[in-house]
Structures are given as structure tokens and as C-alpha cells.
Design a protein around this ligand. Structure first.
Ligand code: PMP
Length: 371
């Protein structure tokens, strides 16, 4: 068979080919059950085993401590922007660090439920996000019910290389992290986290599954208006089975967790191997962009995302030619988000090093032809 093209979509995004192959093989009959996973009761023993394995593998991969619950929910990242304040704000103060499009949206939605203040905002005078605000400059309120950050800004291409230590900044508020677009691309320091959420459709699997990891002491704070199916306490008490969870998406996510567990690269195994490959892929691409006189990435080096790499052609009239040539070489979905324009290469866990190498050779060839 001809190799599949390399898919640089920001999400829904590429899934490891091994996982797709297994899903296809198990589609009509999951392990002798006579059913597809999407046809099974979420309360049956077959799905129960799938669900428990996914929880166990995720906890092990991300080293999630026992005082955190893992919830498999629906609603996506934007749903979480409402669900989180309904569950944690008690209608009071919420501090948001604005570092790009997604954290701005989180702040806007939380305003419907809470008293939101922007603790910091790193926008340039033109409204672009190209750096992260130093934590020492954040204006945190002592009575904040939580502080929100987006740890990887998918559209702007910024990533926190470490999560902020709110205690060291004099705040006791729990940190809420939107890690939708880099979850499982690297390890996470849970000592700094109160709640982390992420849609599955970028770094994990199919859309429809939202992962929530919540510290136990934050359960039970929901506003009375919070829908039961989105009340973290209710969902936790029912092991994510208060209502029907997105079963097929959980199954595919579980296969991706197993894929990460056995992943090997540069003498490492599991999440450490995935992280190392992500570092190598991003380094390769940023070096190519920085070394070019035709392409540019404007993000400050220390704030650059390993996952989402926006770049611009200095001559924007060549954008269409660039995209057509990329497609002809099997490099798909490189068009930038409409709000920022230009190009964007999303290189999540499922993108092999060869995909980034192919993109880098294309950048060089395009520059030679048009430079
Ligand atoms: N947060 C981040 C960081 C995202 O990248 C996205 C999706 N691109 C969202 C939130 C919104 O997710 P959803 O479309 O699942 O609501």
C-alpha cells in the first residue's frame, strides 16, 4: 500500500496508524464479543474492562497521584470553559492569564458565571500573542477561587515549558489548566495543578471525549445551576457513568494510551520517549524556519510550542502555491488558523519524525524555487 500522507491538522488530528489498524480490525467483533465497541452497553463487562484499562494507563502514563480523580466527559474544551466555573468558582473571583485565543475564550465564558479578572495579558499592541507574561508580573487576587491558564495555545503556538507555581507567587488558589493541545506530549507536575482538562481530538484520539483530572478537595463546589451531567462530584461518584460516556472515543483513547506505553525512541520508553521525539521534531522545524529567509515564526524562543508551530511566508502572495505544493507532496492541512493567517504545522504525538523531515525538505525546496 502507498504510505499515508502526513497530516498536520491542529485537530481533529492524526491518530497513530497502528491504532487505526487495530480499530479497523476490531470494528465488527471486539475480541470475540460479537460486537463493535460502539454497540456495547457502557455498563457491560466488556466496556467496563476497556474503561478501567484506559483509566489505569492514563494514570500511569501521566503519573497522576491518587488524590486526583480522572473523569471521562463530553463537551470539549469550550464546554469546559463553562463547566469549570460552574464547578469551581462559587460565583466568586476567577483570575485568568491571557496568552492567546483559547485563554481569551475561557475568560469570556467564565464571565457569565464568575467575577473574572485578567491577571496578565501578553498581547502585543497589534493584539498578537508572541510571548508569555512572566509569572512574577501576574496580578493574583487572594480570594480567587482558581487561576486559569492555557498551557499550550493551539492557534498562537505558545507553550508553558513549566506550569506556574502559584504557591511561590503567594497564592493558595488552585491552578486550572487547559492542556487540550499538548496533553500526553510531556510529563505534568501535578503538585502545581488543581484541575486539568483537555479535549481528546488533538493528541489522543477522536473528538467527543474530554479528559478531566481533578484534585479531590475541589469536588462538591458546584453552583446549583450546574447540570447534573456536568457536575464533577456527580460524575466522579458514578465513575464517569452518570450518563452514557463517549464509549467509542474512550476505547480509541485507551488504545492510544497503550501505544504510548510501548513507544520507544532514543533509548527511552513510554511518555519519556514521546516527549523526546516531540522535542526533536520541534527543534528540527524551528531550526529550519529560523534558518530561512522566506519563512518566519514570530514566537519568543522560550515560549514556543512543541506541538503547534505557526509560520508565515514573507511574501504572502505565495501562500496558495505553498499549500498546493505541500498537498502534492502528501503534506496535508498546513493552512494557518483563520484568525492569524499564514501556515501552521501541528506536530502532535502521532506525527513521526519523518513527517517533520518531509516538511523541512519541502520548505527548503520551495525556498530554492521561489527565493
Ligand atoms: N482549548 C484549546 C487549547 C484548544 O486547542 C481547543 C480546540 N482547538 C479548545 C479549547 C476548544 O475545544 P473544543 O473544540 O473541543 O471545544
Amino acid at each position: 500500500a502507498t504510505p499515508r500522507p502526513f497530516n498536520f491538522s491542529a485537530g481533529p488530528a492524526a491518530v497513530p496508524e497502528e491504532v487505526l489498524t487495530q480499530v479497523a480490525a476490531e470494528m465488527l467483533d471486539w475480541q470475540g464479543s460479537g460486537m463493535s465497541v460502539m454497540e456495547m452497553s457502557h455498563r457491560g463487562k466488556e466496556f467496563g474492562a476497556i474503561h478501567e484499562a484506559a483509566l489505569r494507563d492514563l494514570r500511569e502514563l501521566l503519573q497522576i497521584p491518587s488524590n486526583f480523580h480522572i473523569l471521562f466527559m463530553q463537551g470539549g474544551g469550550l464546554g469546559a470553559n463553562a463547566i469549570v466555573p460552574m464547578n469551581l468558582s462559587r460565583g466568586g473571583a476567577v483570575d485568568v492569564v491571557q496568552t492567546g485565543v483559547w485563554s481569551r475564550k475561557s475568560a469570556a465564558e467564565a464571565r457569565r458565571y464568575a467575577d473574572v479578572r485578567i491577571a496578565a495579558d501578553s498581547a502585543t499592541p497589534e493584539g498578537r500573542y508572541e510571548s508569555l507574561p512572566a509569572a512574577s508580573t501576574w496580578q493574583l487576587r487572594p480570594d480567587a477561587s482558581y487561576v486559569h491558564v492555557c498551557s499550550n495555545e493551539t492557534i498562537d503556538g505558545l507553550e508553558f515549558q513549566q506550569l506556574p507555581d502559584l504557591k511561590a507567587l503567594g497564592s493558595d488558589a488552585p491552578l486550572v489548566v487547559d492542556c487540550s493541545s499538548h496533553i500526553l506530549s510531556r510529563s505534568m507536575d501535578w503538585s502545581r495543578v488543581g484541575l486539568a482538562f483537555g479535549g481528546a481530538q488533538k493528541n489522543i484520539g477522536p473528538a467527543g471525549l474530554t479528559l478531566v483530572v481533578i484534585r479531590d478537595d475541589l469536588l462538591g463546589r458546584a453552583l446549583p445551576i450546574c447540570p447534573s451531567a456536568f457536575n464533577y462530584q456527580t460524575v466522579a461518584d458514578n465513575n464517569s457513568m452518570f450518563n452514557t460516556p463517549p464509549t467509542f472515543a474512550i476505547y480509541v483513547a485507551g488504545l492510544v494510551f497503550q501505544w504510548i506505553r510501548r513507544f520507544q525512541y532514543a533509548g527511552k520508553t513510554g511518555l519519556a520517549a514521546i516527549e523526546q521525539r516531540n522535542i526533536d521534531k520541534a527543534t528540527l522545524l524551528y531550526q529550519a524556519l529560523d534558518g530561512s529567509s522566506m519563512f518566519t515564526n514570530r514566537v519568543a524562543p522560550e515560549a514556543r510550542s512543541r506541538m503547534n508551530i505557526p509560520f508565515f511566508l514573507r511574501d504572502e502572495r505565495l501562500n496558495d502555491d505553498f499549500l498546493a505544493g505541500a498537498k502534492a507532496r502528501g503534506l496535508l492541512q498546513l493552512k494557518g488558523h483563520k484568525s492569524v493567517g499564514g501556515m501552521r504545522a501541528s506536530i502532535y504525538n502521532a506525527m513521526p519524525l519523518e513527517g517533520v523531515q518531509a516538511l523541512v525538505s519541502y520548505l527548503k525546496d520551495f525556498e530554492t524555487q521561489h527565493g
